[in-house]
Design a protein around this ligand. Structure first.
Ligand code: G6P
Length: 537
């Protein structure tokens, strides 16, 4: 078995393991028994277990993708841009970063970040990935690239040849792909959900075109797959540890990479992939495991009474209740998917649906048709406009020059015991990268779990947990002024209005739950971030 899981400092009660053994869960999961998560989950589970077969069924893609990559290279198309959200982009990002090959991942509606991806068009091929084929971010990016290629002088046929599409059979995107004459269309297995699709066409197509060795990835997964029906296998142990920790009150899973130390190479970006898998799969019905992606093994948030630390890519135990999960990337993907399905059974939830994701999307659509509500700031301090809901600004003196940090302090004070703070930044992941530093700064002050997510990307990941999981979150939303907007061709909105509507739609979903929420709008992005970080550090 090429995955090892070492559990340290966490007691696993015998009944948890005994029950799984008695119920023959390992073999039944490999046999795709849809009854494992109870009668209510059965119809969904019945069409969501195809990921178990992917190490074998995805094989046919390997040579097809090698041929396509060679064909593209022959035409000088060596820059790959991937448009896709959540399950359609997180895995390729890890695969390519781990392999050290360049892939431009576009999973945003930030106008500046989208515009920055539209360079070097003469050597660019765009992979448009969406399982449903109806994701607004992805479709908007596709339209923007079509227009950019046309503006660069390509005729309609040439434009189509710059696109490779990955989607489910019969989706609206499959029809669009045919209509635009896309160079290639890869239809994925509809019996695999987005966040379980790392080893399907969604993970493999962009990665192989960017130059990653996806055959090796499948080999790694296949080696693990061979032992997954055995009781006591490593992926089962991982799921048991996640479930037992949850039952013992350790419902925050802090994820850290080994940073390339020790015997395993690092797996950069793996935490963000696992975050979506765990948050969307378990965060529902008022419970769930909250993944907290850390900057390093000893970053703030790696320990605490409600925390289990998982170090990915390490075989050395860390301090405190922790897991060391080592193995190559292909085995990690399959192992964590299997473990999450097992943990889902222990938690008593359906690990294959995402019942609360649509809510923010619907709010966004409403804002796009009715317009943004006029929400006056409670105060403006320096480059930051301050707004709040859920009582977070009650009694806070916003008139002083440190009004913004007082507002943040009030938000931290509103985090309930065993709760968490989610920082949600609807900004440019490249240009405003410093926003990520807020996580550790705030975790140090809050002494509670603090997560960081780029909007709208996190809506397809932790967004489910925020709304469907335990209602113990406090929320810091960051938005910023847009220097130059970008149209979404043939749509009644621009990227800036879409981004603002997504932030507004999610604020509404959280406000409807009366969660404490602080919204800081940066009227100058760089100055606002500096102001915030220096006030809080
Ligand atoms: O691949 P798509 O259909 O575009 O979906 C992208 C993402 O969107 C939704 O919000 C789901 O909650 C995610 O699980 C999914 O990965």
């Amino acid at each position: 078995m090429n995955l090892t899981v070492r559990v340290t400092g966490l007691e696993i009660p015998d009944p948890v393991r005994d029950q799984l053994t008695e119920d023959d869960v390992a073999a039944r999961l490999v046999g795709k028994d849809a009854t494992l998560w109870g009668p209510e989950a059965e119809s969904e589970s019945a069409i969501r277990l195809g990921w178990l077969d992917l190490p074998a069924t995805s094989r046919e893609l390997v040579s097809r993708l090698a041929d396509l990559r060679a064909e593209l290279a022959g035409e000088g198309l060596d820059r790959v841009v991937l448009c896709g959200m959540g399950g359609s982009s997180l895995a390729p990002e890890v695969i390519c970063r781990t392999a050290g090959v360049p892939l431009v991942v576009l999973d945003t509606t930030d106008p500046g970040q989208v515009a920055a991806a539209m360079t070097d068009l003469d050597r660019t091929v765009v992979v448009v990935s969406s399982k449903s084929g109806g994701t607004v971010e992805t479709e908007s990016q596709r339209r923007a690239f079509v227009a950019a290629f046309a503006e660069a002088g390509l005729d309609e046929k040439e434009v189509g040849r710059r696109f490779v599409v990955v989607t489910d059979p019969g989706s609206p995107l499959s029809e669009t792909a045919a209509a635009m004459g896309a160079r290639a269309v890869f239809l994925a297995d509809p019996n695999v959900g987005g966040r379980y699709s790392a080893l399907s066409a969604f993970g493999l197509v962009p990665s192989a075109l960017a130059g990653a060795d996806v055959g090796a990835l499948l080999d790694e997964a296949e080696e693990l797959a061979g032992g997954l029906s055995e009781p006591g296998n490593a992926a089962l142990e991982l799921g048991i540890a996640m479930g037992a920790a949850f039952r013992a009150g350790r419902d925050k899973l802090a994820l850290a990479g080994s940073g390339g130390q020790g015997s395993d190479p690092g797996l950069p970006g793996f935490g963000d992939w696992a975050e979506q898998l765990i948050a969307e799969s378990t965060g529902k019905q008022g419970r769930g495991i909250l993944p907290v992606v850390l900057e390093s093994v000893d970053a703030p948030g790696s320990a605490g009474p409600d925390v289990l630390l998982a170090v990915v890519g390490s075989d050395a135990p860390a301090q405190g209740p922790s897991l060391a999960v080592s193995g190559p990337l292909g085995a990690q993907f399959l192992g964590w998917e299997y473990a999450t399905a097992v943990a889902g059974r222990i938690l008593g939830i359906n690990p294959f649906d995402q019942p609360n994701v649509t809510e923010s999307k619907e709010n966004t659509s409403r804002i796009l048709s009715d317009g943004l509500p006029d929400e006056r700031p409670a105060a403006t301090v320096g480059a930051i406009e301050i707004r709040g809901s859920g009582g977070v600004l009650d009694g806070v003196d916003l008139s002083s020059h440190d009004g913004a940090s007082l507002a943040v302090e009030a938000l931290l004070a509103a985090i309930p015991p065993r709760g968490y703070l989610a920082v949600m930044a609807y900004l440019d992941r490249q240009q405003d990268a410093g926003a990520e530093d807020l996580r550790a700064v705030l975790a140090r002050r809050a002494e509670r779990a603090v997560t960081f997510g780029w909007g709208p990307r996190f809506l397809h990941s932790t967004g489910q947990y925020h709304k469907g999981g335990p209602q113990v979150g406090a929320f810091l939303q960051l938005t910023g002024v847009v220097a130059e907007d970008l149209p979404v061709p043939d749509q009644p909105f621009t990227f800036a209005t879409l981004q603002a509507a997504q932030a507004g739609g999610d604020r509404k979903a959280l406000a409807d739950r009366e969660r404490p929420l602080l919204h800081l709008h940066l009227t100058d992005r760089a100055a606002g971030l500096d102001q915030l970080l220096s006030a809080l550090s």
